[in-house]
Design a protein around this ligand. Structure first.
Ligand SMILES: Nc1ncnc2c1ncn2[C@@H]1O[C@H](COP(=O)(O)OP(=O)(O)OP(=O)(O)O)[C@@H](O)[C@H]1O
Length: 602
């Protein structure tokens, strides 16, 4: 392909391609596809729906769950039972199946995710094993092991859907669901999912409730499984527990990993491979689990990221060869709004804060005040409690006693995500920047908790969502310009050198104009020039009205930057005051700098 042709292709909006594939799938039977291929295509689309749900929870929210098979079964039996009882309208069946699957998702997800770590994987795994037993217990209704028969052909607006039209319906449902998913994962919620997967600590520091977000991913992922179940039940008008067991759960997992679980369209690719490959051969069925094991190893080890990753790499390579660079959004000076770049910093008062780890008192009655428009620095030898104090202000540790007041509210009882939503932003000792997102997206995530916008609004691209996206972009470009990274807005954030990653973190922390900004060793690992640049930025934030608390080992920088310095030693404040005082305080010199007063005066 010539490079100019590639550039022309890149100018076409990205949603056009999947839609074109969808439309092609609709018309495939018209090209003389036989019954068996059309049927396999239909089953592949149904499988793709189930896989897309797993991708949302596994690939995006980072939670391994095998419960899709159970949700699929719930959807299929809901539709089947409705049909047996004379409710043949497909829309009614699909809506009911999606709702029941969502319920199964919530009922299993709530306890599974509450317990944390691997418990959702375990809960959902057992759920899959339980399917045949549950269906047997209610065998009078479900037909038990013999399956549910007696379904009527589905109808749409009163007319019976013949098998050719049913194929079209299946593809249309898949296209519609993929459009929903695309809008979701491309929105700020999608970036939030990816942040959560890579760093729950960063996610909660941005105001995202890890538990709620994971549950949301898992529960939304249940919906397509339910829809798929309803479509599957109407394919043969017969369902039995055989279709929903452990082997099916493994098919879904293998398709997800082969196609690439962190992608939407990878779900279709993986489903097509599984449907037209392994599912065709009867010998395969006998050794299915062994083959799935092999697939999972291939997918997990050799083909990390699945086919979707290959596709992405190929696109990136072509982009590089053709010199394609997406346009960087313009910096709009008016984006600063009526208040300019003003930050409404709030007063932080820490009073009598205590924290012990076992017998080790990390903080012992710490008092500290940080004012808006000032930089308050925290220094002290290693192990003196600085990080502990920062983590307690940020809500990551619970205090044993004491009060942390910000403005007219208190923080000490709040979780870290709630503290972030109160306007506390932070940077990390080691920059915490998720992979596979751009510099611009990364800064935009700093605004996740301001101007909140619902997932429904994002999926439907409602006016409020569009306005928030515009503001997110404009504000992010404004602060990127401030830190000097505007022209790298479209680069991969994690590829930046350390100095720029620290600048990026600073931009991400100030983009929401926080009430309190916590900076954790921003100078470490930087050269002189980079330190000067960061210091200048911190001064600008102070001048804009920000309340800044800075933990820093670089004493010279602290002396230049801070308005007030607190010196911690063994969990207690041993000195506090302006730099001129701290610099000459004998206790600080001996305890922190390790030099005697005589040495200084000589
Ligand atoms: N999660 C934890 N569990 C147990 N002990 C901890 C924990 N976090 C900190 N500590 C202990 O609390 C004390 C204070 O540690 P902290 O990390 O707050 O010090 P610091 O001043 O930030 O040190 P550094 O400059 O090395 O980062 C140390 O004795 C440390 O071992």
């Amino acid at each position: 392909m010539t490079m100019s042709a590639w550039l022309a292709i890149r100018r076409i909006p990205s949603w056009v391609f999947p839609l074109a594939i969808g439309v092609l799938l609709i018309f495939l039977p018209a090209f003389g596809l036989g019954y068996s291929t059309t049927r396999n295509m239909q089953l592949a689309c149904i499988l793709a729906l189930v896989v897309s749900g797993l991708n949302l929870s596994l690939g995006y929210a980072g939670e391994l769950a095998l419960g899709q098979a159970a949700m699929y079964a719930a959807g299929a039996y809901t539709a089947g039972l409705l049909s047996v009882h004379g409710h043949t309208d497909l829309i009614v069946q699909i809506v009911a199946a999606g709702a029941v699957a969502l319920l199964v998702g919530l009922l299993t997800g709530i306890p599974g995710l509450r317990l944390g770590s691997w418990s959702l994987a375990m809960t959902s795994f057992f759920l899959v094993l339980l399917i045949p037993d549950i269906l047997s217990i209610f065998s009078e209704t479900t037909g038990g092991k013999n399956g549910l028969s007696g379904m009527e052909q589905a109808t749409l607006f009163g007319s019976v859907i013949d098998s050719d039209s049913f194929y079209v319906v299946v593809v249309v449902v898949m296209i519609a669901w993929f459009a929903v998913l695309r809008n979701l994962v491309l929105s700020r919620h999608g970036v939030a999912f990816r942040t959560l997967k890579q760093s729950p600590v960063l996610a909660s520091a941005q105001g995202i409730s890890v538990y709620r977000m994971k549950l949301t991913g898992y529960a939304i992922g249940a919906i397509p499984a339910g829809l798929a179940g309803a479509l599957f039940a109407n394919t043969d008008l017969y369902i039995s527990p055989m279709s929903f067991g452990f082997t099916f759960a493994m098919t879904v997992l293998a398709a997800s990993i082969l196609g690439g679980s962190a992608s939407i369209y990878g779900a279709l690719a993986g489903a097509l491979i599984m449907q037209f490959g392994p599912n065709q051969s009867t010998e395969f069925q006998d050794y299915a689990l062994i083959f799935y094991g092999i697939f999972l190893i291939i997918g997990g080890v050799l083909l990390s990221g699945g086919l979707a990753k290959f596709g992405k790499l190929a696109i990136e390579k072509l982009d590089r060869r053709a010199g394609y660079v997406p346009a960087t959004p313009a910096v709009d000076p008016a984006a600063a709004g009526a208040g300019g770049g003003r930050i409404d910093g709030q007063l932080l008062v820490v009073d009598g804060l205590e924290k012990a780890f076992g017998g080790n008192k990390a903080l012992n009655g710490v008092n500290l005040t940080a004012r808006p428009g000032e930089v308050t620095a925290l220094i002290g030898p290693n192990g003196s409690g600085k990080t502990t104090l920062m983590n307690m202000i940020g809500g990551f540790y619970r205090s044993d006693a004491g009060v942390i007041a910000l403005g007219d509210g208190e923080l000490q009882t709040l979780t870290s995500d709630a503290v972030a939503r109160r306007g506390v932003a932070r940077t990390f000792q080691t920059p915490n920047i998720p992979e596979d997102i751009t510099v611009l997206e990364s800064v935009q995530t700093g605004r996740y908790s301001t101007d909140r916008v619902s997932m429904v609004s994002a999926i439907l691209r409602l006016p409020k969502y569009r306005r928030v996206v515009r503001d997110d972009r404009a504000e992010a470009m404004r602060v990127l310009d401030l830190v000097g990274l505007a022209d790298q807005a479209n680069e991969k954030a994690s590829d930046l050198p350390l100095g720029n990653r620290r600048l990026l973190e600073l931009a991400r922390a100030v983009v929401a104009r926080p009430a309190l900004l916590l900076l954790d060793e921003i100078a470490s690992g930087l050269d002189e020039d980079e330190i000067l640049r960061l210091a200048e930025l911190v001064r600008q934030i102070r001048a804009s009205g920000g309340t800044v608390v800075l933990v820093e080992h670089n004493f010279d920088l602290v002396l230049k930057l801070a308005d007030v310095i607190y010196v911690l030693a063994r969990g207690e404040v041993i000195a506090q005051g302006p730099p001129e005082e701290i610099e000459t305080n004998p206790r600080v010199l001996t305890e922190y700098l390790g030099i005697s007063v005589e040495e200084v005066s000589s």
